[in-house]
Design a binder for this molecule. Structure first.
Ligand SMILES: [Fe+2]
Ligand SMILES: [Fe+2]
Length: 130
């Protein structure tokens, strides 16, 4: 497993932690696909992962924002801006352009996702319940 969900990522809110685990699982799925040399055409798989990621992040952000509103978390506005930027970035990935550049697209998704997991979950989400 490339991306491991360790205690550093825990927020202490069970539902949020479980959703973060799922995001790690999607990142690992993308990594496995990147490494897989037996699949020559990865287009459908990339599409599936991207759609899963788009859908799941929206669900997760909605839950997390609901929780932050409920506890009147004082940094919730900057959180919401970061969430919106992440969604925008995922939506900007152009699936039509993938065919020629499958590995590059996968790498791009992974870089961006891994960076998000570390920077946003570890540095921002873990503060929510403190
Ligand atoms: Fe989160
Ligand atoms: Fe967040």
């Amino acid at each position: 497993m490339m991306y491991e969900f360790t205690d550093d990522y825990l927020t202490g809110v069970e539902q949020i932690d479980n959703e973060h685990r799922k995001l790690f699982a999607i990142a690992n799925e993308a990594y496995e696909l990147l490494k897989d040399n037996f699949v020559s055409d990865k287009y459908d798989y990339i599409r599936e992962i991207l759609e899963e990621l788009r859908g799941y992040t929206k669900t997760h952000f909605a839950h997390e924002e609901e929780y932050m509103d409920k506890i009147q978390y004082r940094r919730r506005f900057s959180q919401k801006i970061q969430h919106a930027e992440f969604i925008k970035k995922l939506e900007d990935i152009d699936l039509d352009g993938i065919d020629e550049n499958q590995q590059e697209t996968l790498l791009e998704i992974l870089d961006f996702l891994a960076n998000w997991l570390v920077s946003h979950i570890k540095k921002s989400d873990t503060l929510i319940n403190k």
